[in-house]
Design a protein around this ligand. Structure first.
Ligand code: PRP
Length: 218
């Protein structure tokens, strides 16, 4: 029997649901978490010495860096944006989408002629890295907190840097993907000290998850 709890921070929402479904396949479950009416924040599996908590996505890398959670499950977008000192150890394959530069078709020319344009985004670090380090284009980054597609429609910015999953939000608002920044999906991240101290348990977890993911592949 293990004597130390291994703590997981899960990004709230669809990601957490997917994660627990995947964990069940490798024999990890948390009965307490299945109660949809609970207001509890921390869930414990005493038998397996595991603890789980749900956090806002952007806070997951923070909990993991400080060691409040040994392991985190979070989107690659958040990992890139938060740039915390954590290990990214596994691509979980779900939550697949793309970080893209989008706008009206007419904005495409701005991206070819290195014009000084405004880029609205929830991801200023990713946008800055893309425009400054990859495209060598000087832009003004405007940080927003959601409904990013609004920005070019109402004239706040020429383009946006945002997540595209199905593409419906863009389509319904007359916008298109102009350039792709990078592919995204859910990732498992690990605290750097935990990786050493709990190496055996964490390695087994990674191996089991990898095997379960391979089985899922068609
Ligand atoms: C995300 C993203 C897009 C949308 C893309 O927003 O920012 O707006 O989903 O999905 P689609 O390509 O399937 O239409 P989210 O719903 O997370 O909310 P937000 O606008 O508050 O960021």
């Amino acid at each position: 029997m293990e004597d130390r709890y291994l703590t997981f921070a899960l990004g709230k929402g669809r990601l957490a649901k997917h994660t627990m479904d995947l964990f069940e396949k490798i024999g990890i479950s948390c009965q307490e978490m299945k109660d949809k009416t609970t207001r509890k924040l921390l869930f414990v599996n005493e038998e397996q010495k595991l603890r789980f908590f749900l956090a806002k996505g952007p806070d997951v890398p923070t909990y993991v860096e400080y060691g409040a959670a040994d392991i985190g499950i979070v989107g690659r977008d958040t990992i890139l944006e938060e740039a915390r000192n954590i290990y990214e150890v596994l691509d979980l394959g779900f939550g697949k989408c793309r970080m893209c530069i989008c706008g009206p078709q007419s904005a495409e020319a701005y991206l070819h002629h290195h014009e000084l344009i405004r880029v609205a985004t929830k991801y200023p670090r990713i946008a800055k890295d893309y425009f400054y380090n990859k495209k060598h284009q000087t832009v003004e980054i405007i940080k927003l907190n959601g409904s990013i597609e609004l920005a070019p429609i109402v004239g706040l910015s020429e383009v946006i840097c945002d997540i595209v999953e199905t593409g419906y939000t863009l389509k319904e608002n007359g916008l298109v993907v102009l350039e792709e920044v990078c592919p995204l999906s859910a990732r498992m991240v690990v605290n750097q000290v935990s990786m050493k101290m709990e190496h055996e348990r964490i390695s087994k977890l990674i191996n089991d998850l990898q095997a379960a993911l391979q089985e899922e592949e068609p």
